[in-house]
Design a protein around this ligand. Structure first.
Ligand code: MSP
Length: 644
């Protein structure tokens, strides 16, 4: 096995939320990426079902702990397929196999002398399910749960964790990639500068019965963390499985910073006491915050991943999560941010590139991949950028820098969109002498799209599947082989496609009274009542009149025909926010011709519905007889710039 990847096993005291989903999406995307590279990957997730918290949540729901655990564990299991998360194993700590493994390990460590019985008095946080040290408290409260810990004094069993402190420090120092990003490695090393106490690993049955009984003293059950961490071994058949050693050598855990200490300190020392080597790597991410606080059940500010997937689709959610959060650093979630990414990165940038390219290949090349001629400078630039992008993507994913990997991909999406504008295939199509150039431009576009499809597979599997089908290619599990330029075979049949990402509207569009039908591209603003005085009488407007017009440079990022309206194009104009503008220019411009153009937009025109489409502005055009040309700035300028 080359990679054994795990998420935490999630507590069943809370339903799945977006924070859990993020870790699972990361694990799924990384698994898919390595599988594509031809590696043997095993991806495990599951649920953590013992402990105080579950007992309390079950009681509140009027169920037994097992009934409750079955219900919530089922919800976690059901939450992943709608997000295209496909684990190889979903483990539960109530699985009999796991209970046997935990008991065997406890007995083994006890027999070796690393578990002892002793008195203990300490401050216990029920949220963390562990004793906290005074130093960890902030204003007397647990910093994570914002509750005071409870003083507890009892006899318990202890694991000699302190014995392995120096070994752990040495291991972390001699393996720089063991805990990453580095800030978490430093945090662990700084914690280890203080003497490491032994770990209380039992709970008396007088206080808690919902746990795994200690094999050597049935008056106690196992501390939930000692039980839970062992799931990583149960999942690969410890100790008996023939390939256990090979699987364990490839183990990498993904967690958020809330459970750094159990994973970076308890777990490696437990493994050492069992006579096993530590896992290979620990990847630690930050929190998804919502309204400035960690998304969590206790704060009640959660978003349900299944709701998001149903509303926006798995690929949009996966893309958003991986693009928006820099792995290791906290990020904020909002629906507006998700819609903004969907509309700009997915609908405008990728979706448009794809549909324009395929539409043009349909129209100008009979829906077949044309044979390219000798490439020009711009073609070579696109080919090189797309190939370099695939390498960069791979490098960044290996470092868990998903946002950077996707930035690199979107640079090529942008380049390809500009390549269309610069090479104007619709103009080339008008000149028979340019047939070879047209074929070369179309080929380069389609081949760049194929490379985008290859890299997007682990991030947006369904979208990559649609793109591949439209391009007439299959996607073998050979990332390196497929990420080379020039594999798209001329003559391949292309299939027309639906838009990959229909645009989403933010909230509901404002209602507007019906307005007269446009008579030309430049719909006249509804005439204002004439101002009193000489200027009005002479048909002149005042400076103030003109000042009421908000003219802006807009960039057309999407365009399509309005069904049953020959003259109308529905444009998406960025100025800088994207908005819909219906323009009567369809007799003069094809949709793919206007995408990428900068125009002058009347930005404060009252919205009006035209053929059922709400138009939020007007683009200016000049008319001469039958000819009509769009008015634009004399040179490129940032969309949204004021025209005055
Ligand atoms: N049961 C333990 C883990 C045992 S692993 C041997 C546990 N469960 S949990 O349900 O609380 O899950 C914590 C994990 O869920 C985090 O480490 C992270 O993977 C994910 N997240 C939960 N809330 C999160 C955010 N708000 N943001 C990011 N990740 C979050 O701890």
């Amino acid at each position: 096995m080359s990679l054994y990847l795990t998420t935490p096993i999630f507590y069943v005291n809370a339903q799945p939320h977006l924070g859990h989903a993020y870790t699972a999406v990361v694990a799924d995307a990384v698994s898919r990426f390595h599988r594509l590279a031809g590696e043997d990957v095993y991806f495990q997730t599951g649920t953590d079902e013992h402990g105080d918290k579950v007992v309390q949540a079950a009681a509140a729901a009027g169920l037994s702990p097992k009934e409750y655990a079955d219900r919530i564990s089922g919800q976690f299991r059901a939450a992943w397929p709608p997000l295209a998360i496909e684990p190889d194993r979903f483990i539960r700590t109530t699985d009999p196999e796991h209970i046997r493994t935990v008991q065997a390990i406890l007995q083994q460590v006890y027999d070796r002398g690393d578990i002892y019985f002793s008195d203990y008095a300490g401050l216990y946080c029920q949220g963390c399910e562990r004793f906290l040290t005074e130093k960890e408290l902030v204003d007397g409260l647990c910093p994570d749960h914002r509750q005071p810990p409870v003083p507890v004094s009892e006899q318990n069993y202890f694991f000699r964790m302190g014995k392995y402190q120096q070994w752990l420090i040495d291991h972390i120092e001699s393996h720089p990639g063991f805990i990453s990003p580095e800030r978490y490695r430093n945090e662990v090393l700084s914690f280890l500068r203080e003497p490491l106490e032994d770990l209380c690993i039992s709970r008396p049955t007088s206080r808690l019965t919902w746990g795994i009984p200690l094999p050597f003293d049935n008056r106690f059950v196992t501390y939930v963390w000692f039980d839970a961490l062992i799931n990583y071994l149960t999942g690969i058949g410890y100790p008996a499985a023939a390939d256990f050693g090979a699987c364990w050598a490839a183990a990498e855990h993904i967690i958020a910073k809330d459970i750094l200490k159990p994973h970076a300190i308890y777990w490696p020392t437990m493994l050492k006491a069992m006579g096993l080597g530590p896992y290979r790597r620990l990847h630690v991410h930050g929190y998804w915050n919502m309204n400035d606080a960690k998304m969590s059940k206790s704060l009640g500010n959660v978003v349900r991943p299944t709701d998001l997937a149903a509303e926006y689709g798995a690929d949009t959610v996966r893309y958003f999560l991986l693009r928006e959060m820099a792995f290791g650093v906290d990020a904020s979630f909002s629906i507006d941010a998700l819609i903004a990414r969907r509309n700009s990165d997915l609908a405008n940038d990728l979706g448009n590139l794809f549909s324009r390219s395929l539409t043009m290949a349909g129209k100008f090349a009979g829906n077949r991949v044309p044979a390219p001629g000798t490439p020009a400078e711009a073609d070579r630039e696109l080919a090189q950028a797309a190939t370099a992008m695939a390498e960069e993507f791979s490098r960044q994913i290996e470092q868990f820098a998903f946002h950077r990997a996707l930035q690199a991909v979107w640079e090529v999406v942008g380049l390809a969109n500009r390549y269309i504008v610069a090479n104007a295939p619709w103009e080339l199509a008008k000149e028979p002498a340019q047939a070879e150039r047209l074929a070369t431009v179309l080929y380069h576009l389609l081949e760049a799209l194929r490379l985008l499809t290859v890299v997007l597979q682990p991030i947006m599997p369904a979208t990559a599947g649609k793109m591949a089908a439209a391009l007439g290619v299959t996607l073998p599990a050979d990332f390196q082989g497929q990420a080379r330029w020039g594999l798209l075979a001329p003559g391949t049949a292309l299939s027309p496609v639906e838009p990959l990402f229909p645009r989403l509207e933010k909230g509901t569009a404002p209602a507007a009274p019906p307005q007269p039908k446009p008579t030309s591209a430049a719909r006249s603003p509804a005439p204002e009542p004439p101002a009193a005085g000489k200027a009005a009488a002479e048909g002149l407007i005042t400076f103030e009149d003109f000042g009421r017009l908000d003219l802006r440079v807009g960039e057309i990022v999407a365009a399509e025909r309005v069904p049953k309206a020959d003259r109308l194009l529905k444009l998406t104009v960025k100025a800088p926010e994207a908005r819909t503008v219906v323009a009567g220019i369809a007799a003069h411009y094809a949709p793919e011709e206007v995408i990428g153009r900068q125009v002058v937009l009347v930005a404060n025109l009252k919205p009006a519905k035209l053929k059922g489409v709400l138009s939020e502005g007007m683009v200016l055009a000049a008319k001469e007889g039958d000819r009509l040309v769009l008015i634009g700035p004399g040179g490129p300028i940032t969309p949204g710039s004021k025209v005055s």
